[in-house]
Design a protein around this ligand. Structure first.
Ligand code: ZN
Ligand code: FE
Length: 240
């Protein structure tokens, strides 16, 4: 089974350390800062098999070549964005799989934030690495893609099921909660969840990973009924 542990990096990013509990095989997702990522890998035993990249932004890939050189890990990223990612040892697209120890991740193309954005889903362990596509109580900005693409990407992630652990790229949840409460003021599940997030953050506790069940109940972007509603929400959030 795959377990996921967050590694706080930069100002508000998370890299994710993944481990196959049976074999000890280890992966790091989006290692954009070397020192804290290396410390986390070393604390887990110093083994690194894979580096998984969700998209090409510097706050997700910056430490990749240094971490690869240090541990000899194989780098996996989107074939569609190979020209703007670090050198890839495995180029992947929708429907491909990535093996970590005894576990297998499905590669999901999730464009919207960027054209070549991908997510990784380990069904065994219910672990979803979704980069800057789905955030807790929010979603990524549409920097390259359309609202239609983001709508379909979010629907694909929502379909992974209520037990899915949402391991995303940023600790944006408290700020997302302020907009969500403004956009969906009558949602009792959202009000309760936002209060929980506020308590976690006040205690210095990360709000991630979240559970898809909570996102389905509280995240206005995941709850948008159609593309037009998502486009309108995203535009309002951009100037909130
Ligand atoms: Zn990004
Ligand atoms: Fe980012």
């Amino acid at each position: 089974m795959i377990t996921a542990h967050l590694v706080p990096i930069l100002s508000d990013n998370y890299a994710w350390l993944l481990r196959c509990s049976e074999t000890g095989a280890t992966a790091i997702v989006d290692p954009a800062e070397v020192a804290p990522v290396a410390a986390a890998i070393d604390a887990a035993g110093g083994r690194l098999d894979l580096i998984l990249l969700t998209h090409h932004h510097g706050d997700h890939i910056a430490g990749t070549d240094d971490i690869r050189a240090r541990y000899g890990a194989k780098v996996v990223g989107a074939r569609a964005d190979a020209h703007r990612l670090p050198r890839l040892d495995q180029q992947v697209a929708e429907g491909d799989t990535v093996t970590l120890g005894n576990a297998t991740a499905a590669v999901l193309e999730t464009p919207g934030h960027t054209r070549g954005h991908i997510s990784f889903h380990f069904a065994d362990g219910h672990v979803l690495l979704c980069g800057d596509t789905l955030f807790s109580l929010g979603c990524g900005r549409l920097l390259e893609g359309t609202a239609a693409e983001m709508f379909h990407s979010l629907a694909k992630l929502a379909a992974l099921g209520p037990d899915t652990l949402v391991c995303c790229g940023h600790e944006y949840t408290a700020s997302n909660a302020r907009f969500a409460l403004h956009a969906d003021p009558d949602n009792q599940a959202l009000a309760a969840y936002a209060a929980q997030v506020a308590a976690w953050r006040a205690a210095g506790t990360p709000s991630l990973p979240s559970r898809m069940e909570d996102e389905l109940a509280a995240n206005p972007f995941l709850r948008a009924p159609d593309i037009a509603a998502l486009a309108s929400l995203r535009a309002r959030k951009d100037s909130f």
